[in-house]
Design a protein around this ligand. Structure first.
Ligand code: C5P
Ligand code: C5P
Length: 459
């Protein structure tokens, strides 16, 4: 069966359903996935209910209702089909829409997953959008949400823009009028809300020596070297989106020169941005990556439904709550990063790790791991272990690496899957980012065991 056939069969199954339950994940991709599917299904006139889980694992399976609805597992499920089978879910009541590596069982659950067809840069929201569009052409207004999900799951990072089917979805959004593409722009985060010098100094892809992590120097480069005002006439900070194309070129040119002088490659300096012209300027809703951060903030702090309401257009109470979540999220992430960097990681030959106990919630350790890695030795994948507030028996593991190490053969999904299975736990994810749950009794020696697997991968 081809990918398009999977998509059209899934659309048929949805249209034939009387009642649907969506089970989705609490990150930006999961929230946009749910918002896309919920709107598409209700537009078909079908009764719909949604639940969000931090991950499909034995503890959270209780949130999957025991009823006769069609259960759409989206942004999860591919790697946990054993749990669906153990629960006794039948083939006809399950549809999996996912982009994680599949772990098949004896029950051939219906699944739409681009990985099998080589689409590695298509998130669950992107895949869900393709199914939604197949149920009705009218659903192209949802392409914007798919762009947020794709960008939120880092699908644009390696190529500094979306590619393949995910890029075709961008074109749907452009045609629909709620997505705008800015090509050959600066590869940076915060183009709609961050003051220019902070936007530049926070950017570390590529790492520009003297500018990355140095707001004073970034300010000098913008004001003194490029002659560009940091503030507007009314005294407010300007943001990247305010700059004319000449001003952007002037800054990008100076950054390129610095990289060139340092003998560093310049090609990662430019990226494609996705702007939403229907959203207010200077808000985090205005571009895909900042919108995704806001959704991550909602989901990781256990308010995924708030994020979903924002996705579906709420700019009142839900949006105000999301703004508060974002502020809180930012400050705790910063705190966690400082904790990781101050405490220091333990280095093994092929891995660096740290146990943070119950200092920070399990739902954000993956994000902290990713951000800390950008300030640590990029050659060693990072592993953060933590305890779960609601389950004293379990340890949550989050791992992150980068594209360069993946190209060199590192596969965190395979490593965590093998190491956690050995101790009766469960793990999954992607080559570049993976997670697992193991029991506390298996904690000791776990990092060494993963280290051994990573060593084998590199040989
Ligand atoms: O849910 P899972 O796909 O839900 O994990 C998403 C996280 O994995 C992202 O927040 C991102 O940090 C990481 N990721 C990544 N690069 C990819 C895929 C995922 O960094 N290609
Ligand atoms: O939780 P974290 O952000 O570290 O998860 C990284 C990736 O690993 C995500 O894609 C998540 O869905 C996946 N994961 C998994 N099984 C787990 C934990 C995480 O597949 N037990």
């Amino acid at each position: 069966m081809g990918f398009n056939q999977e998509i059209s069969e899934a659309a048929e199954v949805i249209k034939d359903a009387e009642k649907v339950t969506i089970i989705s994940h609490i990150d930006a991709d999961g929230i946009t996935s749910e918002a896309i599917m919920r709107q598409a299904v209700s537009r078909c006139g079908i009764q719909i209910n949604s639940v969000f889980v931090r991950q499909l694992e034995p503890m959270t399976m209780k949130y999957v209702p025991d009823d006769d609805s069609l259960k759409i597992f989206i942004d999860l499920g591919a790697g946990q089909q054993n749990l669906l089978e153990e629960r006794g879910l039948l083939e006809k009541e399950v549809l999996i829409i996912d982009h994680h590596i599949t772990q098949d069982t004896n029950t051939p659950y219906m699944q739409v997953n681009g990985l099998k067809y080589g689409y590695e840069k298509l998130s669950a929201a992107g895949t869900g959008y393709l199914v939604a569009k197949e149920t009705d052409d009218y659903n192209t207004d949802l392409a914007k949400l798919a762009v947020i999900g794709n960008v939120g799951d880092m699908m644009a990072r390696e190529h500094r823009g979306l590619i393949g089917p995910a890029r075709e979805i961008v074109d749907d959004g452009v045609l629909c009028g709620n997505v705008e593409v800015v090509k050959d722009d600066l590869n940076c985060y915060g183009i709609s809300t961050r003051p220019l010098h902070l936007c530049l100094s926070f950017s570390d892809d590529p790492f520009v020596s003297g500018i990355t992590n140095n707001p004073q120097n970034a300010q000098k480069l913008i004001e003194r070297d490029a002659g560009i005002d940091l503030r507007k006439r009314n005294g407010k900070w300007r943001v990247w989106e305010d700059l004319s194309s000449e001003e952007r070129r002037a800054i990008i040119g100076r950054l390129a020169l610095r990289l060139y002088d340092a003998g560093e490659p310049v090609e990662r300096l430019k990226a494609e941005h996705y702007i939403f012209p229907d959203e207010k300027k200077y808000t985090p809703l205005r571009n895909a990556s900042e919108f995704a951060t806001m959704l991550n903030a909602c989901g990781r702090w256990v308010k995924p439904k708030t994020g979903s309401s924002v996705c579906c257009g709420d700019r009142g109470d839900a949006y105000r709550e999301a703004e508060n979540m974002l502020r809180h999220h930012r400050s705790v992430i910063r705190e966690m990063m400082e904790y990781i960097l101050d405490t220091g990681v333990e280095e093994l030959s092929h891995l660096q790790y740290l146990h943070i106990g119950d200092r920070f919630p399990d739902t954000i350790v993956g994000i902290g791991a990713g951000m800390a890695l950008s300030k640590l030795n990029w050659k060693l994948p990072i592993m953060i272990l933590c305890y779960l507030p609601d389950d004293p028996e379990l340890v949550k593991i989050s791992m992150r690496t980068n594209e360069r190490m993946v190209s060199a053969g590192v596969d965190l999904q395979a490593a965590l899957l093998e190491a956690s299975e050995k101790v009766g736990g469960a793990g999954g994810g992607h080559k570049i980012a993976a997670g697992a749950y193991i029991s506390r009794s298996a904690e000791e020696g776990f990092a060494e065991s993963v280290n051994r697997i990573l060593k084998e991968q590199s040989s």
